[in-house]
Write a new protein. Sequence first.
Length: 255
Amino acid sequence: MSLKRKLSRLVAGNFARNVVWMTGSTVLAHGLFLLASPVLTRLYSPEAFAQLGILTTLQALLLAGMSGRIEWSVPTAGSLHRAAALVAAALIVLTGTSVILAAGFWLGMDRIATAFELSSSVHLLLLALPLSVIAGGIQMIVHSWCVSAQQLRPVAFSKLLQSVVFVGVALVMGLASGALLWLPVGFLVGHVAAAIAILVMVAGLMSRLRALRWRFIWGVVRESGREILASLGSSLLHNLAFSLPFLMIWFWYND
């Protein structure tokens, strides 16, 4: 088969549909936030956006290693059965680290809030941050499965839903009360809604997960060990390099 014919079949098949879904959802999600920005900036103070920025940064940094970056090996697993095993392993690691994170936040909530100078309302949301982290982790893990299965419609829908819920909660509650709390609440609720939606939409993955055996999961993880360690190391180094300048500035001005 000629290269031209192969490309024609690729564009006519799942590839073209996936491109349309991902492009459309990304444009709509970002466009919705841009359209709502003039209203949001009048409902919430600069302090509210600064506190939201701290929460989103904390979430991004924590997500770097919460699942062991096992999900990065899913698209190259070789088969959907092996990919499902890696998804199961990533979900197990994510659950364990999230429990540890929740306990850490519960015990050190006062110190964290003081260090980052969070307001009393956002201070309370620190207890909900682990929920946002596990929701974001679920999305990343299931996204990798969707790439492996070449089914990006759930990814597109979850991204769009996350933006709609975030903007909707922030606008409605901002108009009702205008409290600082509702901007980060919208962020947290958006992540949870997107995680639930994508889990519902990947029924095939859930059935595969239920059929897996522990021995098979462990065997696949061991075979992919080097790749997983390389992915985890590169992810941690990337996040450290990205956050180091900001941490140095923060320590410099708070010395």
